[in-house]
Design a protein around this ligand. Sequence first.
Ligand SMILES: NC(=O)C1=CN([C@@H]2O[C@H](COP(=O)(O)OP(=O)(O)OC[C@H]3O[C@@H](n4cnc5c(N)ncnc54)[C@H](OP(=O)(O)O)[C@@H]3O)[C@@H](O)[C@H]2O)C=CC1
Ligand SMILES: O=C1O[C@H](COP(=O)(O)O)[C@@H](O)[C@H](O)[C@H]1O
Length: 472
Amino acid sequence: MPDRPQLGPTIFVLFGATGDLSKRMVLPAFFQLARSGLLGSRWMLIGTGRGTVTDDHFRAHVRDSLTQFGGGHTDDGWDDFAQRLRFAGGGFTPEDPGTLPSTVQDARDSLGVPDAQLVHYLALPPSTFADTTRALGAHDLARGSRVVYEKPFGTSQSAFRELDAAVHEVLDEKQIYRIDHFLGKESTQNLHILRFANGLIEGVWNREHVEQVQIDIPETLDIDDRARFYDATGAVLDMLVTHLFQVAAEIAMEPPLSLGADDLQSARESVIGAFRPLDPTEVVLGQYEGYRDVDGVADDSETETFVAARLWVDTDRWRGVPFLLRTGKMLGVAKQRVSLVFRTPEGPLSDIPPDGAVLTFDLSGDGEIDMSMVVKEPGPDDELSVGHLSLPLDTMPLGHALAPYSRLILDVLHGDRSLFTRPDGLAHVWDVADPLLNRPPAVKLYPGGSMGPPEADKLASPCGWLVTQSTG
Ligand SMILES: NC(=O)C1=CN([C@@H]2O[C@H](COP(=O)(O)OP(=O)(O)OC[C@H]3O[C@@H](n4cnc5c(N)ncnc54)[C@H](OP(=O)(O)O)[C@@H]3O)[C@@H](O)[C@H]2O)C=CC1
Ligand SMILES: O=C1O[C@H](COP(=O)(O)O)[C@@H](O)[C@H](O)[C@H]1O
């Protein structure tokens, strides 16, 4: 990231500040930015909610969140951070703004800047996005502001269009930041940086050299702490058409004119228009055994906790190359792997190990890039074997990895929209998902700790999934 200019005076309004996402992700991310000196000194954070909470109670809540989810090191920098926190209660609807307008005015007065940049972060249930946006317009808090929408931004083509229209009645597209935190991961950004910075990689980034792409995010997590949300959502909406599609678009995109925000966003979002609508016979849905016994899950729930899909990208670069996508809960291993499997070359060598040449991006943690290659086994004979090279990104000497939410919030504060989704891309997402949503295959049961229903393995044949239970 090139050096960023100093942040101007900013008021960050966190809607849903006492909720789960704020506690686990947004507040720790904000604290990381403050402690790293990336926020400068001219900012305030206002939490909002429907209850009436004093500033001091809110500060105590924030401190608890940081202790629990921010790595526990709150002492350094806490006093300065705490005195910038305020709470505005009483809810926020088009009819009644509660105390938010007056709290914003107080924050402007404290900063001594009447036109401080307003950033609204909607860490709220998606059902409230439209009304909260209307309320921003009604109470004169939308003008010149930036508004961050959590996912999912719509749950079907029609719901997406309705929400998009409601939001655009109040805001210009340039003010809107639809977040997908997988785009904020260090390794995800390396999908385009590694490619465009290295001719060696860019030269083979196509169907002539790549046999298949795997985007594989198995999780060992269950859904106990968010069962109601999950049961109404499922793996297809929670992960497949959101995070996995955006990562697929990062891989599949054509070179943008520049890595400037508009060009990068355009390249990524427009290739989604070339994703072929999913064929339900190329999708496997699963539910882990015992899911229906979880508190908050319906006894007869058909919600999928696992999805594997074969996606085709109909561009000259990728025609005929399967993109294999897989994710699920309660699986045997937790990994976040994106792999390009290279074709075996024609030539003088026979017995080349299949799938020996693989470039892998590990999206978890600070990220890692790995390369497997077929090499000669040292010794007297020409025995072939597969060797591995690893580049953990946290070993880069000048690196200071930011957590995905920290990176994306920083981008919003600086008005950089490169890593956010656009409505044209999202409209295509729903075109691609529609056949699956309308004609889903039967959900197969799988035992917790396995790698999902066996039918998913057939989708990936002949190569098979690179992440297996023993990879863990
Ligand atoms: N939690 C997670 O792991 C993830 C969440 N997300 C997304 O982030 C957003 C927030 O999620 P999460 O924090 O889990 O949600 P919560 O259910 O915890 O809700 C957040 C807050 O919103 C307020 N709220 C709830 N219902 C309403 C309502 N009807 N009207 C107005 N305010 C309401 C509540 O605050 P109060 O009572 O103080 O008003 C609540 O604490 C969602 O869009 C979700 O999809 C995305 C990725 C992961
Ligand atoms: O958005 C979500 O992402 C998480 C996985 O994200 P990560 O931060 O662990 O990489 C997933 O577990 C969750 O179901 C989904 O809502």
